[in-house]
Ligand binder design. Structure first.
Ligand SMILES: Nc1ncnc2c1ncn2[C@@H]1O[C@H](COP(=O)(O)OP(=O)(O)OP(=O)(O)O)[C@@H](O)[C@H]1O
Ligand SMILES: [Mg+2]
Length: 256
């Protein structure tokens, strides 16, 4: 296996308060790597830095060997490194299918000249995008609500749609920040199954922040434990669960 994401010695402070402190992680290509840790450990901050949503103070981030430190999110998106976002407010009045069709393709049309002078090609492209969106919506099991407004979907269906958006972009690495929160058990099962399928069938690598230990146990190997901005340990879910230091950091008190 080869390393696809490498974070080396990253420091980040907010207003003089250290949030990431010499933080280093590696994510292997093709893995579904979990990330857990107490509230405020710095997990979301680390995601923001990797995905180009937040500058770091010092340290380096590499994607597939390339230095991507402080590279903007849209550039990373076109390289296939992306994170899911909640369906933005302005898209809630569009249908589920239209939301998928809105995702810009990874290989963006070279220039405007194309759009103005090559109408047939553009129409062909639109048909392709629609076809792709129909395939994606089938894959995520939302065909029956494809013409429903995104704003009317249930919480869990919205999460599935967010995952679907990453498929429109042909991602290589997807960062998931607490997508299980507030999702009922049935849809959670669908989400987990879709993540596994994307991993297996499309070769997606996932880095998953989650507080739901059952979900981490089902999906993730290895699991990285972040505490106070620093990696406390990395191992299988069993190793993590049996580590007294982790138990103390996570649950606040040692158990016998
Ligand atoms: N933009 C910001 N400005 C100031 N402080 C921030 C900012 N973003 C995060 N922090 C602080 O950084 C620390 C880490 O926050 P972060 O959101 O990364 O934690 P987390 O591990 O994702 O926690 P949780 O599990 O609760 O989501 C917190 O103390 C938080 O208050
Ligand atoms: Mg967080």
């Amino acid at each position: 296996m080869s390393t696809i994401i490498e974070v080396s010695h990253v420091y980040k402070a907010f207003g003089g308060l250290s949030v990431l402190d010499d933080c280093s992680i590696k994510v292997e290509e093709g893995s579904i790597t979990g990330m857990i840790g107490p509230n405020g450990a710095g997990k979301t901050t680390l995601f923001n830095i990797i995905a180009g949503n937040l500058p770091l103070d010092s340290g380096r981030v590499r994607f597939n060997g390339e230095d991507i430190t402080n590279m903007p999110a849209n550039e990373l998106f076109h390289k296939g490194l992306l994170r899911t976002f909640q369906i933005a407010h302005e898209f809630s009045n569009m249908t589920a299918l239209e939301n998928l069709m809105m995702v810009p393709p990874r290989q963006l049309g070279e220039n405007l000249f194309h759009t103005w002078f090559k109408h047939t090609e553009v129409r062909q492209q639109e048909n392709d995008v629609r076809q792709r969106a129909l395939e994606v919506i089938d894959f995520i099991g939302l065909s029956h609500v494809r013409n429903e407004l995104a704003g009317n979907l249930s919480g869990g269906q919205k999460k599935l749609l967010e995952l679907g958006r990453t498929m429109m972009a042909d991602a290589r690495v997807v960062l998931l920040d607490e997508i299980a929160a507030g999702v009922n058990r049935t849809l959670l099962g669908d989400l987990v199954a879709n993540i596994e399928r994307l991993n297996r069938e499309r070769g997606y690598t996932f880095l998953v922040i989650e507080h739901d230990m059952d979900m981490i146990a089902r999906l993730c190997d290895p699991v990285i434990v972040l505490a106070q901005g620093h990696v406390m340990m990395e191992g299988t879910i069993e190793e993590v669960r049996n580590n007294p230091q982790v138990i103390e950091a996570y649950f606040g008190a040692p158990t016998e």
